[in-house]
Design a protein around this ligand. Structure first.
Ligand code: GLN
Length: 228
């Protein structure tokens, strides 16, 4: 959709997957909040429109974008070559690596993905965490749509570890002290905001907004707010 169409419609429709704190998660008031949502709010504000958040499974976000159900994806989404074939990404706005989360107090403390061989590992379907562990032979990968369900399985002992991005891993461990991060594996990922392939107008607007937010201090305020 062009900016004119979005303005005429009076709302910016974003797609996200809200079990990824502190980027997007459901708070006590049952609202989707987080770092990404604040960026999306800034985008909507600068367009003079309302923000509508559409919650979807992570692996449905790109199809929804392609079908025109959402204007953009903001979901802690790693910029990958494969994805960049089908969507256009903004400039990178965050750096990430993968973390291995296990139950605290057990002697299973894998220091890398190799340590997960022969084990059951929960991931979120279609994420980079899913991709990396699925490439390693001998890991039994159990895929969930929601990280909350993946952590429930870890708690219940039905899986041995959860692999996910470091910042949300830290957020889950902070919330549930019965889990601990046994290792962070340097995967050198960066997050981007995705728009439909060829939607230059929206992409430029997103990049411009990120620049303005960084230049004005809004961006560092958001980092402080969600990552202190
Ligand atoms: N950064 C990871 C990816 O892009 C995970 C994102 C997420 O689960 N929201 O695959």
């Amino acid at each position: 959709q062009s900016l004119t169409e979005i303005k005429k419609r009076g709302k910016l429709v974003i797609g996200t997957e809200p079990t990824f704190p502190p980027f997007e998660f459901v708070d006590e008031k049952n609202q989707v909040v987080g770092f990404d949502i604040d960026i999306a709010n800034e985008l909507a504000k600068r367009l003079g429109v309302k923000l509508e958040v559409v919650n979807l499974p992570f692996d449905s976000l790109i199809p929804a974008l392609q079908q025109g159900k959402i204007d953009l994806i903001i979901a802690g989404m790693t910029i990958t070559e494969e994805r960049a074939k089908v969507v256009d990404f903004s400039k990178p706005y965050f750096e990430a690596n993968q973390a291995i989360v296990v139950r605290k107090g057990s002697d299973f403390l894998p220091k890398g993905f190799d340590g997960l061989v022969g084990k059951k590992v929960a991931v979120q379907l279609g994420t980079t965490g899913d991709l990396v562990v699925s490439e390693i032979k001998g890991i039994e990968v159990v895929r969930f749509q929601k990280f909350t369900d993946a952590f429930l399985e870890l708690q219940n002992g039905r899986v041995d570890a959860v692999v996910l991005d470091e910042a949300p891993a830290k957020a889950y461990v902070k919330k549930f002290p019965k889990f601990t991060i046994s290792a962070v594996v340097d995967t050198g990922e960066t997050y981007g905001i995705a728009v439909r392939k060829g939607n230059k107008e929206l992409l430029n607007f997103v990049n411009q907004t990120l620049d303005i937010m960084k230049g004005s201090g809004t961006y560092s305020k958001l980092l402080q707010k969600w990552f202190e």
